[in-house]
Design a protein around this ligand. Structure first.
Ligand SMILES: NC(=O)C1=CN([C@@H]2O[C@H](COP(=O)(O)OP(=O)(O)OC[C@H]3O[C@@H](n4cnc5c(N)ncnc54)[C@H](OP(=O)(O)O)[C@@H]3O)[C@@H](O)[C@H]2O)C=CC1
Ligand SMILES: O=C1O[C@H](COP(=O)(O)O)[C@@H](O)[C@H](O)[C@H]1O
Length: 501
């Protein structure tokens, strides 16, 4: 599909006074504006309950984009002048009529060609209600395109996700729904496809004949912060595994699509999720490990355990750590474990993928009693971005010895400073009508169905929490999970991208 590179549109942000809007959405829109990627024919209506004038709202927007501005802030006023505010409780039917009138007026004023984007940056319990009202109150009767951008979590389990989907499908067709998974906006997650499909050296090896196992880790140093109420009903399995972790696995495991377009890429990812072996009730403890952080030291400071966090049950059974072994039952991956691991309050903030290749058939360097290191391909997702290939090479001056070397590429971004923020890319994709890096309903449904088996089992059984210290690498059972297969987690801190030895 050919995408319009600078579409005009009216963007309605529901939850415009919230954290996501202020920290991510306004700065991302600003960067698009600054780079000239936004048409001048755009306007934003911010929606939330509190009373604000347009001027007050514009001041908030200016404050939130200050740090994103790179050129003496000269165009911030112009950018903010495109923003308008509508005070509105989304559960109040009457108010949608006023919102429609405002939208019609701005459509004309900014000549948006009747294109509208509705961004739901609010608590998920409102998603269905808003979508229904947008439809019933005529806000989706547009001359141009209409698109719904919807934040996570998309449901709490398969059943609730289905109900939500049915509700929003009354107002939007599947190709008008953009379900956000912000990991799909990260530069190096997008790079997985390029690394795999644009290099002749990897594709022939990318299978169970040459790959021993793949490890995907996303660890955080932060705790649950102010999100205790949400997190208590979510836990790491729903918060990270159902979406971000499974999406990365799907990108690593999918077949090459016949074309690099939305339908083909999504269809290949769906096939991976379909091939993922279900972890039945009696197998959950064998394949999955859960953890919850206790108190400990984080960045040199003593921090409380999860059960002592704000809005958290002092007896909470909610997991803040998950490690798991996934098997993909297809020709390419039969027998290759994909290990995933994610947790809060861990030793470091790091997201990395380690592809461990199988050992060579025979070690010719045995006489010098050398164990050869396996070849690794490390994809550094964050905080540093890049790729490192771990090889063995000759030690200078000693042809009987092999030593590990690293070939590294650090991704420093187009402007040499840093790469665009995930939300910036996703917003731009949505405006251009490119849904490739948003999750299709089939992916959401399959991921929930996989995760539901595990969460149902965990709900029935009491965990021995807390079982890892804040600032550690998670519970020891996570190491045992790999040790049972004769493997270990590659340390995510020492696989640095900068060094090129
Ligand atoms: N914050 C983040 O970094 C991330 C957030 N998300 C998701 O984004 C969504 C928003 O999160 P976040 O911004 O943190 O949430 P906040 O609690 O910070 O913001 C909620 C927003 O909704 C508005 N609101 C609440 N109730 C109503 C109502 N009845 N009618 C109209 N507006 C209402 C609030 O404004 P007011 O009180 O004035 O009505 C506020 O603008 C959630 O789904 C979250 O899971 C996803 C990933 C990251
Ligand atoms: O979606 C979420 O992701 C963040 C981690 O995102 P990252 O980009 O910082 O890796 C996580 O903290 C949060 O709990 C979860 O909802």
């Amino acid at each position: 599909m050919k995408h319009n590179e600078k579409p005009s549109a009216l963007i309605m942000i529901f939850g415009a006074t919230g954290d996501l809007a202020n920290r991510k959405l306004f700065p991302s829109l600003y960067r698009l504006f600054e780079k000239g990627n936004l048409s001048e024919n755009f306007a934003v209506i911010g929606v939330a309950r509190r009373e604000l004038s347009n001027e007050q709202f514009q001041e908030n927007v200016k404050k939130s984009v200050q740090s994103a501005a790179s050129n003496g802030n000269s165009n911030i006023d112009e950018f903010a002048s495109h923003f308008y505010y509508h005070s509105h409780d989304v559960t109040d039917s009457v108010s949608y009529g006023y919102l429609r009138e405002m939208a019609v007026r701005l459509d004309e004023q900014y000549q948006t060609n009747g294109n509208r984007i509705f961004y739901l940056a609010m608590a998920p319990e409102f998603f269905g209600t808003i979508a229904t009202h947008l439809n019933e109150d005529g806000l989706t009767d547009v001359k141009g395109f209409k698109r719904l951008v919807i934040e996570k979590p998309f449901g709490h389990d398969l059943q609730s996700a289905k109900e939500l989907n049915n509700q929003i499908r009354t107002a939007f067709s599947e190709d008008e729904i953009y379900r956000i998974d912000h990991y799909l906006g990260k530069e190096m997650v997008r790079n997985i496809e390029v690394i795999r499909f644009a290099n002749a050296i990897f594709e022939p090896l990318w299978n169970n004949r040459y790959i021993s196992n793949i490890q995907v880790t996303s660890s955080e140093t932060l705790g649950v912060e102010e999100r205790g109420r949400y997190y208590e009903n979510s836990g790491a399995l729903r918060d990270m595994v159902q979406n971000h972790m499974l999406q990365m696995v799907a990108l690593l495991a999918m077949e090459p699509p016949i074309k690099l377009n939305t339908e083909e890429i999504r269809s290949e990812k769906v096939k991976v999720l379909r091939a993922m072996r279900t972890v039945k009730d009696d197998k959950v403890d064998k394949y999955f490990v859960r953890g919850q952080y206790g108190e400990g030291i984080n960045n040199g400071e003593k921090v409380p355990g999860y059960r002592n966090e704000h809005m958290v049950d002092p007896q909470s059974n909610t997991e803040t750590f998950v490690a798991g072994k996934l098997l993909i039952d297809n020709f390419r991956w039969a027998g290759v474990p994909f290990y995933i691991r994610t947790g809060k309050r861990m030793k470091s903030k790091s997201t990395k993928i380690v592809v461990q290749f199988k050992d060579i058939p025979m070690n010719l360097y045995y006489k010098t009693e050398q164990t050869l290191n396996p070849n690794l391909l490390v994809i550094h997702i964050q905080p540093e971005e890049g790729i490192t290939l771990h090889l063995n090479a000759q030690k200078t001056g000693n042809h009987m010895n092999a030593t590990p070397v690293k070939l590294s590429y650090a991704n420093t971004g187009i402007d040499g400073i840093n790469t665009p923020e995930a939300y910036e890319k996703l917003l731009y994709d949505c405006m251009r009508g490119d849904a490739t890096n948003f999750t299709h309903w089939d992916e959401v449904a399959l991921s929930w169905s996989f995760v539901d088996n595990i969460s149902q089992h965990w709900q029935k059984t009491q965990a021995h929490f807390p079982n890892y210290e804040s600032g550690s690498a998670g519970p020891k059972e996570s190491d045992v999970l790999l040790a049972k297969d004769g493997l270990f987690w590659w340390p995510i801190d020492n696989l640095d991208v900068e060094s090129c030895q």
